[in-house]
Design a protein around this ligand. Structure first.
Ligand SMILES: [Zn+2]
Length: 289
């Protein structure tokens, strides 16, 4: 999910990245347009002013199908495409490890986390291909067992346990989460009915922390002294809630009773790289490696 640029939990630099991203996009847009439509010789001043001011006032509204915007997207995609086309060259020295992947997966865990591009399980854990089975969606939400018919979450969880024999499940929330930010702020999601319906799955269980009636959600570092919960409070409570949702699945309950499965709650700070682990007392803490 995209970050909420207005959100600032404790120790979080919520406003820096959006500003940087915005300026980068504006600059990229200028460069693209400038290369596609070089200005006449008598107006270099205007082009220079545009670049130096870097103001939203000179940025035309973006519409789907906008030719300039398409140029930007094509340039961005081309970079990804170029890297994909040269992937085999970059892993040439590891071809043996890749060939072994044809034999199967060598899983360490099922990792349930947000779709946010800043949360990369393999990067955080230094995992190799084949070691982490991922389940990702907006807000790392797991619908409780049997309440919502077929779902990718239920299928992935079932397959990980019953077929792949995963023995550890991690539910990982994160800082600067747009999904949790929308729930915290009570954003009007009328224009995003799919998102609204999805986040509604998490909203009831978050009510105690959202309304400030929670006695303790186990957040050792999230109080920022402001009114209401911090975004870290909400995201961490959501991790606890989603672990409870995972436990609602019969295959999970059975394996927990048999000692064949362990559940873990994590909270990842995207701006520091810190991983907070949920301890038995309900507090999230950073542990030494
Ligand atoms: Zn998120």
């Amino acid at each position: 999910m995209n970050p909420n640029p207005h959100e600032r939990g404790q120790g979080q630099e919520g406003s820096k990245q959006p500003e940087f991203t915005f300026r980068f996009l504006v600059f990229t847009r200028y460069k693209t347009i400038a290369s596609a439509y070089p200005p006449p010789k008598n107006v270099p001043f205007l082009a220079g002013l545009w670049c130096s001011l870097n103001l939203p006032l000179v940025r035309a509204p973006l519409r789907w199908g906008d030719q300039d915007e398409l140029h930007v997207k094509e340039a961005e995609l081309k970079a990804l495409l170029d890297r994909a086309r040269t992937f085999t060259q970059r892993v040439e020295g590891e071809i043996g490890a890749y060939q072994k992947l044809a034999e199967g997966q060598y899983l360490e865990a099922l990792f349930i986390t947000c779709s946010d591009s800043r949360v990369i399980p393999a990067l955080i854990t230094d995992a190799r291909p084949g070691e982490i089975f991922e389940l990702r969606n907006a807000g790392n939400i797991v619908p409780p067992y049997g309440q919502h018919g077929a779902s990718g979450e239920a299928a992935t969880l079932e397959y990980a346990l019953e077929v792949l024999g995963v023995q550890d499940v991690v539910v990982c929330g994160h800082s600067h989460c747009g999904a949790m930010g929308a729930l915290k702020s009570g954003d009007d999601l009328t224009r995003l009915p799919g998102v609204d319906a999805w986040l509604a799955l998490a909203r009831p269980e978050l009510a105690p922390v959202l309304t400030g009636t929670s006695d303790s959600s186990g957040n050792s570092h999230s109080s920022d002294g402001s009114d209401g919960p911090s975004l870290a409070d909400v995201a961490q409570r959501n991790v606890v809630n989603q672990l409870a949702a995972v436990r609602s699945y019969p295959s999970v309950r059975q394996r927990l009773e048999d000692g064949r499965l362990r559940l873990h709650g994590w909270y990842y700070e995207v701006d520091t790289g810190r991983v907070y682990e949920l301890d038995d007392d309900g507090h999230f803490r950073v542990h030494a490696g």
